[in-house]
Ligand binder design. Structure first.
Ligand SMILES: CC(C)(COP(=O)(O)OP(=O)(O)OC[C@H]1O[C@@H](n2cnc3c(N)ncnc32)[C@H](O)[C@@H]1OP(=O)(O)O)[C@@H](O)C(=O)NCCC(=O)NCCS
Length: 173
């Protein structure tokens, strides 16, 4: 994308649902979230979704974190960037921003699962400090295995310090 305006990051809103569905279609070949699942994700109290928005207001990426009661480990539940925008550092910045959200909520660790054949995502995660912890056989519907990876965040702030609604849009370019 050659826009002079860097993409922005903001929290997802209910009205983003259709755009999130389109993004999911564009980004994943299989194992996609349905509209119903995405709608549920946007409403879940224990989930935070940040979206990447370009200068035209189009959604170009999103990432969702899940939090569990009594756990200091957040889970990266979904993470993608539109194919047209890939390779420009948006994924890295989105993941950095999600890590900051997790830190603000008092999380000490971020974990994720990644397809064993997803070299680009695994490469990004490794370079950002995630280590493979567990091999999960037959994890995806097509039988592909996954690596569970995680990273210590060194969080020290209380979980209540930031609510999703309080986070303002921020430039990521
Ligand atoms: C994984 C994903 C989110 C990365 O987004 P992105 O915006 O391309 O990420 P970045 O531009 O920050 O690039 C990430 C790194 O991968 C490299 N990279 C990007 N595309 C690449 C490609 N096709 N081949 C090899 N390396 C590539 C970049 O050079 C960059 O390297 P760096 O960290 O050394 O700078 C994106 O590829 C994507 O949406 N993939 C499909 C969905 C997916 O797999 N999600 C992850 C599920 S676990």
């Amino acid at each position: 994308m050659n826009s002079p305006h860097p993409p922005l990051l903001r929290d997802a809103r209910p009205e983003d649902l259709e755009a999130l569905c389109r993004l999911e279609q564009a980004c994943f070949a299989g194992d996609r979230f349905s509209r119903r699942q995405l709608s549920h994700l946007l409403k879940r109290a224990n989930a935070v979704t940040r979206v990447v928005v370009d200068a035209d207001g189009e959604l170009q990426g999103y990432g969702t974190l899940l939090f569990r009661r009594n756990s200091r480990t957040a889970r990266l539940y979904s993470f993608c960037v539109h194919p047209a925008l890939r390779g420009g550092g948006v994924g890295r910045r989105l993941l950095n921003a999600l890590e900051a959200v997790a830190v603000d909520r008092g999380m000490q660790r971020l974990s994720l699962e990644v397809r064993a054949d997803n070299r680009v995502a695994m490469g990004l995660y490794r370079r950002m400090g995630y280590l493979p912890r567990r091999w999960l056989d037959d994890y995806y519907v097509d039988g592909c295995a996954a690596w569970q990876m995680d990273k210590p965040l060194g969080a020290s702030t209380p979980a209540e310090s930031v609510t999703p609604a309080a986070a303002a849009p921020s430039p990521i370019g």
